[in-house]
Write a protein of this length. Structure first.
Length: 199
């Protein structure tokens, strides 16, 4: 087995997947929705996903929080045992599911809408024709590139594209809100980034 060649192949495949993420009006709509609900109306961004998607959703939430948009990660299973109470009026949800059929996420949509009928959902998925995609107010499709996993099963390429899509939302939200270095410093008091932001 040639590890170096395998690495080149993986880098090429994942780079193609990122380059082929469809650029749609959905991103502008999603950014404006987040700013309107969170920045202007005092809500927050609530992200969710199961498994690897959940880890990406949690990362997106922490990045948003550090850049001026209050955000929390809601575990879809724990939501069924009381954690749904974190939802409030004017919140917006960002849901990640590569298949768009994750049962826990679909159940979360039902529970959340029963609590707040006007709650809006942004979905990042690899299946634009899935039940979750059809339930979304805004659907952002990854492009559905195959996983680089030799079995075609392990979330690899899909989590890479979802991470990049989260970055697109964060960066453009920062741009729209005018979030600057001073704002960043107020939220980062420790570590290298905190020191650098106050230079």
């Amino acid at each position: 087995m040639d590890i170096k060649q395998s690495m080149r192949d993986i880098l090429a495949a994942e780079s193609r997947a990122i380059a082929n993420i469809p650029v749609t009006d959905g991103y502008e709509q999603a950014v404006k929705l987040i700013v309107e609900q969170v920045k202007n109306r005092g809500g927050k961004l609530v992200t969710s996903g199961m498994g690897k998607c959940g880890q990406i959703a949690e990362n997106i939430a922490t990045t948003f929080s550090s850049t001026g948009i209050p955000a929390v990660f809601l575990h879809p299973s724990e939501a069924q045992h009381g954690d749904l109470g974190v939802l409030q009026q004017n919140d917006v949800m960002l849901l990640l599911s590569n298949s768009g059929r994750t049962s826990e996420i679909l159940a979360l949509v039902e529970l959340a809408q029963a609590l707040y009928t006007d709650l809006q959902f942004i979905v990042i998925t690899g299946n634009a024709d899935s039940p979750l995609a059809h339930r979304a107010n805004i659907c952002l499709w990854t492009g559905g590139a195959p996983e680089v996993c030799p079995l075609g099963l392990t979330p690899t390429t899909s989590t890479t594209t979802m991470t990049v899509m989260g970055d697109v939302l964060v960066v453009n939200t920062m741009n729209l809100t005018g979030f600057d270095k001073k704002d960043y410093a107020l939220r980062h008091h420790g570590g290298y980034l905190g020191q650098k932001s106050r230079m």
